[in-house]
Design a protein around this ligand. Structure first.
Ligand SMILES: Cc1cc2nc3c(=O)[nH]c(=O)nc-3n(C[C@H](O)[C@H](O)[C@H](O)COP(=O)(O)OP(=O)(O)OC[C@H]3O[C@@H](n4cnc5c(N)ncnc54)[C@H](O)[C@@H]3O)c2cc1C
Length: 375
């Protein structure tokens, strides 16, 4: 079985590894450099997830992924010697306004229903647990209360991608850099043929893992795939040492403390087409939020800012499955804010699908044709 994969981001590389481990021959076509787009830009937060009996397929995919992340981190280190920065750091979900408190209580109930450990922390309890969130020596500050989820995880995206790339190459994945997929056709002999500027490639099937570019790629196949780029900007700050342990989440924004004192501050959600520039307004609002949550960050060095393009579908759920009208073409994209989180589970279920086995998670809610065929 020879599988062609278009796109060498976290989804394409994770799938390539799973396929090659199961004996498939794999070729990855990447239009630029592998692991240099959204997957590189992301923050690497993996929220804890568990599936109860009544869990939705989406929750099952998250739970499968969460479990696999632990296995993968160990396996990648064993196979490549690369530390991916994977560690259980916990997550704090905080409220800074009275009207945010009901949402936080709902989150607590939701976590407990999922069978996760989760704890409500009053302002005083939080000040004792994480004093960096308060002005020096004070137990009152901007954060009113928090939910603490001890099993949340983080990893360092560039390190994780380096490990994935290394294991793929070690295990025989053929990687074609600077090779965009242009046209696709299916042959009467039961294969799929891909045209690139460097020539033609033939395989038994093709999986599109082309992230924010997937809409345009699918259009070439005559298929409607409403995947849009949503820009996320990040500022990387540096303190002399790590001052707090958990990832701190305020709605869709967050602070991710790395072990070396760096703190990643994210992120925006902007519809700016394929423009990956950072803007002064967005960076200023991230820095303001950071200093409001952790006062010492007002004095931190700003090391770098960047932006990445998340692949977003109208219902913010990924598309996983066959491309309508094609027998040998599949897609795995549209993971939006959860592509790192969901990458191992996605790789497992897509490998199962491509190799003709029943996927571990029901893929019906992720069908490509759920948006209809016209605008
Ligand atoms: C700022 C930011 C923070 C984030 N934080 C988190 C987080 O904390 N946790 C989390 O789970 N997720 C996070 N995400 C989301 C996550 O990064 C994405 O969902 C994920 O990276 C998508 O992976 P991908 O492989 O689909 O896309 P990409 O990494 O963009 O890869 C797609 C690849 O396809 C290639 N390609 C495109 N067209 C073609 C073509 N025609 N031929 C060949 N190759 C092609 C591209 O060059 C690219 O390399 C974040 C994203 C951003 C931007």
């Amino acid at each position: 079985m020879h599988v062609l994969i278009a796109g060498g981001g976290i989804i394409g590389l994770s799938l390539a590894w799973q396929l090659v481990r199961q004996g498939a021959q794999v070729t990855v076509l990447e239009q630029g450099q592998p692991g240099s787009e959204a997957s590189w830009a992301g923050a690497g937060i993996v929220p804890a997830a568990r599936a109860t009996k009544d869990a939705s397929p989406e929750q099952r995919l998250a739970a499968l992924s969460y479990r696999l992340h632990h296995e993968w981190a160990a396996l990648l280190r064993q196979e490549t010697g690369i530390d991916t920065g994977f560690h259980v750091c916990g997550g704090l979900y905080v409220a800074v306004a009275e009207e945010e408190l009901p949402g936080l209580r709902q989150l607590l109930d939701h976590c407990r229903h999922q069978g996760l450990q989760a704890q409500w922390l009053s302002q005083e309890e939080l000040a004792r647990a994480e004093p960096a969130l308060f002005p020096p020596g004070q137990s009152t500050g901007n954060v009113l209360a928090a939910v603490y989820v001890p099993e949340d995880v983080q990893l360092r995206n560039p390190w994780h991608l380096r490990a994935l790339l290394s294991v793929c190459l070690q295990q025989g994945v053929r990687l074609l850099r600077g090779t965009p997929l242009l046209e696709v056709s299916e042959t009467s002999g039961g294969t799929v043929c891909v045209q690139t500027p460097q020539g033609k490639l033939e395989g038994d099937c093709l999986c599109l893992c082309t992230g924010a570019w997937s809409g345009a790629v699918a259009e070439r196949l005559g298929c409607r795939l409403p995947v849009e780029p949503v820009r996320g900007q990040i500022a990387l700050l540096r303190l002399p040492r790590r001052e707090f342990q958990p990832v701190v989440n305020l709605g869709p924004r967050y602070l991710v403390p790395r072990t070396d004192g760096r703190v990643l501050v994210g992120s925006t959600e902007e519809r700016a087409g394929f423009d990956k520039r950072t803007t002064s307004q967005a960076v200023a609002s991230l820095l303001e939020m950071a200093a409001r949550l952790v006062p010492s960050l007002a004095r931190a060095e700003v090391e770098r800012c960047w932006a990445g393009l998340r692949p977003c579908t109208p219902d913010r759920r990924p598309c996983l499955g066959p491309v309508p009208g094609w027998r040998r073409v599949f897609v795995a994209t549209g993971h939006f804010r959860g592509g790192v989180t969901l990458s191992p589970g996605t790789a497992q279920v897509m490998a199962e699908l491509l190799l003709g086995r029943p996927p571990a998670v029901e893929l019906e809610p992720f069908r490509v044709d759920r948006f209809g065929s016209s605008d």
